[in-house]
Ligand binder design. Structure first.
Ligand code: MN3
Length: 212
């Protein structure tokens, strides 16, 4: 077995009217994400990953610290992008959320407006490359967090991500140039698939279904 690049759940021009152009998706999915998959597959034998799930590889690489970074950089980015494609849709975003998700955001994060501001700030303040997340923490509560580079809340042991946004420059430079805050506003207001986020909350996070 080897890891594979999953197809996008929409066409490469499907999000163009909502702030993510066809060229961004072609490069980001077809080149960047694909390169992580190819590099990860190149490590399976040397790093003893055969048969392990993507999630287990992320967790183990995170625990290994600096020694785990060569694997985490690729495995984390493979997992992170699978989730990222999954949580967007044409004409997404907005303030109408499935009831269970809205209620949990209210009780754990102080409401939708407070959540959106915290999520945006996590993305804005992630210095350099990385990700902002909404996760189910170890205590079962929703939390907003961020990680650098290819790390994720599985590799850090913080919890299970149910929403993630890529803040590497390749994610937004064609559409928003250097203005990361506008990319994050656009993501929350025009791209997020809240139905998928609610579904992931109910399932306790994404199961990638991929293994080495
Ligand atoms: Mn990326």
């Amino acid at each position: 077995m080897a890891f594979s690049l999953p197809a996008l759940p929409y066409s490469t021009n499907a999000l163009a009217a909502n702030g993510m152009c066809q060229e961004t998706l072609e490069l980001h999915h077809g080149k960047h994400h694909n390169a992580y998959v190819t590099a990860l597959n190149g490590l399976i034998e040397a790093k003893g990953l055969a048969g392990k799930s993507l999630e287990a590889i992320c967790a183990e690489a995170g625990k290994a610290g600096a020694d785990g970074l060569p694997v985490l950089n690729q495995a984390g980015q493979h997992y992170n992008h699978i989730l990222f494609w999954h949580v967007m849709q044409p004409g997404g975003g907005g303030d109408v959320l499935p009831g269970a998700l809205a209620a949990k955001i209210d009780s754990d994060l102080g409401g939708l407006a407070a959540f959106k501001e915290a999520f945006k700030q996590a993305g804005v303040t992630q210095f350099g490359s990385g990700w902002a997340w909404l996760i189910i923490g170890a205590d079962g509560k929703l939390k907003v967090t961020k990680t650098p580079n290819g790390a994720n809340p599985i590799s850090t042991g913080e919890g299970k991500p149910i929403l993630g946004v890529d803040v590497w420059e390749h994610a937004y430079y064609l559409d928003f140039r250097n203005v990361r805050p506008n990319y994050l506003d656009n993501f929350l207001n025009k791209l997020v698939n809240w139905e998928v986020v609610a579904d992931l909350m109910g399932k306790g996070g994404l199961a990638s279904g991929q293994s080495a």
